[in-house]
Write a new protein. Structure first.
Length: 168
């Protein structure tokens, strides 16, 4: 299900069914949590971007607006970490819906330092869809110790070859 951003920030989407019925409206709640970044009632606390490949998302006009096929928070609603929305499921209950959510818990200093983000992909099949739900795709951009060792050894070998060529 999710591929993760930074480990301290978590996105929770509640209200989705295990399998959706066609043309059904579901009331959802989107919540960001991060115990390391305190919430302030006087500055920004967080934001989101949510994209659904099927079905239709609806937000209250004060909390979200549609930009380039996805919803995002409005400035007026970034002083919170919980947003309510609804999702009208597709009319074809043999499909699989994918909802991608990007969330950013912020510290309110108007800069990116000290902020943390997360991203999840949620799959909801229709009641007549029996395809397997895609497995978690974890994207980790960190190099493992083996990769770092091989990189250093490769660079040393390259330096040795260059040194030998220049010396001769």
């Amino acid at each position: 299900m999710p591929w993760r951003g930074q480990p301290d920030t978590r996105i929770t989407l509640s209200g989705l069914p295990e399998k959706f019925e066609a043309d059904t409206n579901y009331s959802l709640s989107l919540e960001l949590s991060n115990d390391e970044i305190p919430q302030s009632t006087e500055s920004a606390q967080g934001g989101f971007r949510i994209i659904s490949n099927t079905g239709t998302l609806f937000f209250d006009n004060d909390t979200g607006h549609l930009i380039d096929d996805g919803w995002t928070h409005k400035d007026i609603s970034n002083q919170q970490r919980i947003w309510n929305l609804s999702w009208l499921s597709p009319s074809d209950n043999t499909t699989m819906s994918k909802i991608t959510i990007y969330g950013n818990a912020v510290n309110g200093n108007q800069m990116s330092n000290g902020d943390n983000w997360d991203v999840i992909e949620v799959y909801v099949p229709g009641v007549e869809n029996f395809d397997p739900i895609p497995t978690a795709q974890i994207i980790d951009h960190e190099l493992e110790i083996f990769d770092k060792t091989m990189l250093v050894l490769g660079l040393l070998a390259l330096l040795y070859i260059c040194f030998r060529m220049i010396k001769d």
